[in-house]
Design a protein around this ligand. Structure first.
Ligand code: ATR
Length: 283
């Protein structure tokens, strides 16, 4: 009979504030479904302790971690290796430990692109309009560019941030990118194929929706919301009314977690189980 193992494989979440982050629910459901003795531990880490926290991954022989606010950028300097994608985004949200070394990855945009491809939408040669220019917008646009989108319009209130993201994409990816100021109600250009809300507008408890001219949304467009709570946002409801294909941030969040699960366990994630766990949590 095989010797019983009482030791668990450990994954951490480093962040602050972190008490209301529900990632543990998705990952623990996935570990249980695959019969893995893994534990996901949500920890409060202050900026001055971040280096020690990263060292502890090695000291405790942990499998890895998720990284969230406010550490996604600072963490880069404490890791042994950074993926090209994470380096381009300048942010890491997932760490895995291999042969005693730490690897930084950014899966924020991968969940989004998995949802896009899963819906049968081919980004190659398409035109995308992105609302917002923060961390979420950066992750999503880098992945869209990698997937072959040919033209990106960054629409943002704050000009400097919008222009900076457009410049990064023009310099580091083949996607031709332009900045469009967001002054008043923004009309979506009629040749847009993919429209993404990468702002925080609509995120619980904000019941609002991005200030665009909804009459300019057309049936051929795929409309995606980075907001995952609520699952059905007013933004997506408006798009669905106009015959657009809609993609929920909820699915992107689960797909992003699925990429992390695979990096830590080497197994394909039980995505349906993860969706059900998150649905129960937000019900
Ligand atoms: P995240 O990492 O989630 O992307 P962030 O880096 O704070 O968060 O970025 C939030 C984005 O939402 C920004 O692009 C912000 O626009 P500004 O750069 O002008 O601040 C955008 N945003 C937030 N509230 C908004 C609003 N009411 N209307 C339009 N854009 C908004």
């Amino acid at each position: 009979m095989a010797q019983k193992c009482y030791r668990s494989e450990l994954i951490a979440l480093f962040g602050n504030p972190v008490d209301e982050n529900a990632t543990v629910v998705i990952q623990e459901a996935a570990f249980a479904a695959r019969g893995l003795n893994y534990r996901y531990i949500t920890t409060k880490v202050l900026p001055e302790d971040l280096e020690t926290a990263v060292k502890s991954l090695k000291a405790l022989n942990m499998k890895g971690a998720n990284v969230t606010i406010p550490h996604k950028v600072e963490i880069l300097k404490y890791l042994d290796h950074i993926s090209d994608t994470a380096a381009l985004m300048g942010a890491v949200n997932t760490i895995y430990v291999k042969d005693g070394e730490t690897y930084g990855e950014n899966t924020d945009g991968m969940g989004f692109i998995t949802s896009v491809l899963g819906a049968g939408v081919e980004p190659l040669g398409k035109r995308a309009v992105i609302l917002g220019a923060g961390g979420a917008a950066r992750a999503m646009t880098v992945e869209l560019a990698k997937a072959g989108v040919k033209h990106i319009t960054i629409v943002n209130r704050t000009e400097a941030k919008g222009k900076a993201l457009a410049a990064l994409l023009n310099e580091k990816t083949p996607a031709k990118t332009e900045y469009a100021p967001w002054k008043g109600t923004y009309p979506i250009p009629e040749d847009a194929d993919i429209v993404v809300n990468a702002t925080s507008v609509g995120m619980y408890p904000d019941p609002g929706r991005p200030d665009i001219d909804y009459a300019t949304l057309a049936p051929g467009m795929t409309v995606c919301d980075g907001v995952h709570n609520p699952r059905r946002t007013p933004f997506l409801d408006e798009a669905a009314k106009r015959g657009c294909k809609t993609l929920e941030g909820f699915g992107m969040l689960v797909n992003q977690g699925a990429v992390g699960f695979k990096l830590w366990t080497g197994l394909d994630a039980p995505v349906e189980v993860m969706i059900e766990a998150l649905e129960r949590e937000f019900a």
